[in-house]
Design a protein around this ligand. Structure first.
Ligand SMILES: C[S@@+](CC[C@H](N)C(=O)[O-])C[C@H]1O[C@@H](n2cnc3c(N)ncnc32)[C@H](O)[C@@H]1O
Length: 227
């Protein structure tokens, strides 16, 4: 049995091995969609581990979303909230959504300046937000965990305002690698996800590669058409 790589203590959250029966270009963008979720002591340790080393992805999300003061942002799978705090510090109003209560608990404990920030329990596949309420939706290192990507991307399209921007970022990863090395995307997985964005009515989906201060990343940026 392999330990989940985002559970440094090796406790509580286990996952199946990577799908090594599939060739690399047929691995879906949610190859860890079977993950049982972060909870208990293992979830707490994982959440605490994500309070550091996430600033580079957050900065990249701000840049790719062309974030502006006053934007309404939804951070899907926000974890302990690094990108939520950064967006709020840039003048955005931000909702951090995550299905794991332990992630939101750590987010609350580690957020000192709370102006403009709301935390909501919820999953990408059923966002607890009204239609056409966000200028920006982003999803950092979380799409690889979503059980139902088409449903989730349809939800992104639902909550975006016309002309709204969607950014998904994943670390460049080998889905057949062990431990943390499998959590992220290959270019083929990013391309597949971009195509799924198109199926959901988002347009101009583009894949880009980035070298960051932490790890190389792949991003998909797409838009909801302006009316
Ligand atoms: C690797 S963490 C990334 C957290 C944060 N975005 C970051 O970059 O630091 C993945 C997060 O996705 C969340 N997640 C898992 N399944 C999800 C789903 N179906 N919808 C939304 N978030 C989900 C997990 O609870 C976890 O907080």
């Amino acid at each position: 049995m392999s330990h989940h790589p985002e559970d440094p203590a090796g406790a509580a959250v286990e996952t199946d091995p990577p799908p090594d029966h599939l060739p690399p270009d047929h691995v879906p963008p949610n190859h860890h969609g079977h993950h049982p979720g972060f909870a208990g002591l293992g979830g707490l340790v994982a959440a605490l581990s994500m309070t550091v080393g996430r600033g580079g992805d957050a900065e990249l999300a701000v840049d790719l979303a062309a974030l502006r003061p006053g934007d309404h942002v939804v951070d899907v799978g926000c974890g302990p909230g690094a990108a939520v705090r950064l967006a709020a510090s840039r003048g955005a109003t931000v909702v951090g959504v995550d299905p794991a209560s332990v992630m939101l608990d750590v987010a609350r404990w580690t957020t000192w300046r709370r102006a403009g920030i709301t935390w909501q329990v919820g999953a990408a596949e059923a966002l607890p937000l009204p239609d056409a309420s966000a200028d920006v939706v982003w999803a950092l290192s979380t799409v690889h965990h979503w059980p139902d990507v088409p449903a989730a991307v349809a939800e992104v399209a639902r909550v975006l305002r016309p002309g709204g921007r969607f950014v998904a970022i994943e670390h460049q990863a080998d889905p057949h690698a062990g431990r943390h090395g499998s959590h992220g995307w290959t270019k083929a997985q990013a391309d597949t996800f971009a195509a799924m964005c198109g199926d959901a009515g988002l347009v101009d989906a583009e894949v880009s590669a980035h070298t960051g201060p932490e790890r190389p990343a792949l991003a998909v940026v797409a838009h909801l058409p302006a009316r």
